[in-house]
Design a protein around this ligand. Structure first.
Ligand code: FPP
Length: 259
């Protein structure tokens, strides 16, 4: 079994970086494209499924540490609308891992005061996943800590299409179709836009993740593969974010920034 605990040297680095990161504002909402499970496994002569298994265990360490750092929302891209096209045994394995994760982590997340929800085309998921997710969401609905958003059967374009369908069904007139009207009909209307989107394993793509919401997100891409993305890597991502100047379309002077 792959050990995900930090080596003493890595633990020292974690502590050192954490001091610097805690001294500045951390992102309120982090989205993560968890990529590279397959490559991680291949490098070790293991099956892709084994890579996903270790990737699923990695979710816990990252979510828990993000919570400790004061991150309020974390959105994890666990299964996209496009992922159904993978070999059926891999799709089944991913779904089993996701369900097992929801069940296994329920009590710990609740004890940590977290909230939980699925973001995506939920109705198309297997009934047992829908039911387990419903139980977790219900159990944690009055908690006040970090919100864990698992993006499953999620696609950014699908989300916008679904929001527009709601507008049409409600009979809005053209002048009523505003950015706010669309934003209010996304899967999680109360969720603030991500401040930071992290992608592991080097690809410089957004891959249909939170398309509407990522308009002004800072992007951070690391070559580290998802199963290796430990607490130190999360701190590095946040540190990179803290060094950015967010201008939201304004000039550096207008926001009192560096440039
Ligand atoms: C991409 O790696 C990863 C996925 C398609 C799924 C992410 C799933 C997990 C991390 C595990 C299950 C999730 C939870 C929440 C329990 P890839 O297979 O595309 O990697 P590759 O590009 O190296 O082949």
């Amino acid at each position: 079994m792959t050990d995900l605990t930090l080596t003493p040297e890595r633990e020292r680095l974690r502590q050192e970086l954490a001091v610097a990161v805690r001294a500045k504002p951390v992102p309120t909402h982090i989205g993560i494209i968890m990529d590279g499970n397959g490559r991680w496994a291949k490098q070790r002569g293991l099956t892709r499924i084994r890579g996903h298994q270790v990737g699923a265990r990695r979710v816990k360490t990252v979510v828990r540490f993000a919570d400790k750092l004061g991150v309020r929302h974390i959105s994890l891209y666990a299964f996209s609308v496009e992922n159904w096209a993978r070999p059926s045994f891999e799709v089944s394995a991913l779904m089993r891992l996701i369900r097992a994760y929801i069940v296994r982590e329920r009590n710990d997340l609740h004890a940590e005061n977290a909230r939980f929800r699925i973001i995506g085309r939920v109705a198309e998921l297997a009934p047992e996943i829908i039911e387990e997710a419903r139980q977790s969401t219900e159990l944690m609905k009055n908690n006040t800590g970090l919100t864990l958003n698992l993006c499953i059967n999620y696609g950014g374009r699908a989300e916008i299409v679904d929001a527009v369908k709601k507008l049409v069904a409600e009979g809005l007139r053209p002048e009523q179709v505003t950015e706010e009207a669309i934003a209010r009909r996304l899967y999680a209307p109360d969720l603030p836009d991500p401040d930071l989107i992290v992608r592991t394993s080097g690809e410089m793509r957004i891959s249909n993740f939170l398309l509407w919401e990522c308009a002004y997100s800072e992007l951070y891409v690391t070559d580290v593969l998802w199963p290796d993305f430990d607490e130190v890597e999360l701190l590095r991502a946040i540190q990179a974010y803290q060094g950015r100047e967010r201008r939201f379309g304004k000039t550096g002077d207008q926001i009192g920034g560096k440039r």
